[in-house]
Ligand binder design. Structure first.
Ligand code: SF4
Ligand code: SF4
Length: 234
């Protein structure tokens, strides 16, 4: 059975005025933006900053971005070969752009970058009147890097980062130099006195080149195999 509650006329109005009165007496939480900048947590996702020097153009971020809003162009450059080495080929970044009109701020690109080239900055004041201006090219993304806050301190009792622990670890003692191999007589470049001459500080003497006489002494002219003449027709 339904019980009907009688409403007093003007009850709703009195309730509303009561709420208004309560809020009038409370301390206001309104932030006076833009006069007062908000105090954002350091890990806020405002804009993505690029540290160009760290980027190796591995394309991981562009491939993993679910919105396909990262554009990368590059070319290959051959570095001159170091002494005794081979020339190396490296990628040179020509273009790196992020379209923030498509970005959904998921942070995958920052997470997957294996070379610490992308960082979150809490800066958010880059609204534009034209949506096309939300495409930030390499130079603009570089500028955001100056606004990236330092990493927050570790919690009490947390393990230090492995890189820091490795840099603080005592260095292993230098390996003793390998013992010099005793030289054998007759080896190219061996000193006449062998290891003893090397110990005495005498520079090893080169074996003189063989003359025709030396060669004939090994194989006299008569012992040379006879040349076969042109075969006669039967
Ligand atoms: S935050 Fe997400 S959507 Fe935005 S560029 Fe990075 S991967 Fe793409
Ligand atoms: S994942 Fe990092 S290193 Fe690779 S292309 Fe993107 S920003 Fe450059």
């Amino acid at each position: 059975m339904m019980v009907r509650v009688a409403h007093i006329p003007g009850e709703g109005l009195a309730k509303g005025l009561g709420v208004t009165l309560r809020h009038m007496l409370r301390k206001s939480d309104t932030q006076q933006y833009p006069e007062v900048k908000p105090d954002l947590p350091p890990r806020s996702r405002g804009v993505i900053a690029l540290v160009e020097e760290n980027c190796t153009v591995c394309m991981l971020c562009a491939r993993e971005c679910p919105d396909w809003c990262i554009y990368i162009d590059s070319h290959k450059e051959t570095l001159p070969a170091p002494e005794g080495g081979r020339p190396r080929v490296r990628n040179v970044l020509d273009r790196f752009a992020i379209d923030f009109s498509l970005c959904m701020y998921c942070g995958i690109c920052v997470e997957v970058c294996p070379f610490d080239a992308l960082f979150w900055s809490p800066e958010f004041e880059y609204a534009e009147y034209d949506i096309r201006d939300l495409l930030h090219e390499k130079d603009r993304l570089r500028e955001w890097a100056a606004t990236v806050p330092p990493p927050p301190p570790l919690e009490a009792g947390a393990e230090p980062p492995k890189e820091l622990a490795a840099s603080r670890a005592p260095r292993p003692a230098a390996r003793p130099a390998p013992a010099a191999r005793p030289e054998r007589r007759g080896e190219p470049g061996a000193a006449p006195g062998g290891a003893r001459a090397a110990e005495a500080g005498t520079p090893p003497r080169r074996k003189p080149p063989m003359t025709m006489r030396d060669i004939r002494a090994i194989r006299p002219p008569g012992s040379l195999p006879k040349r076969e003449g042109p075969k006669e027709e039967p």
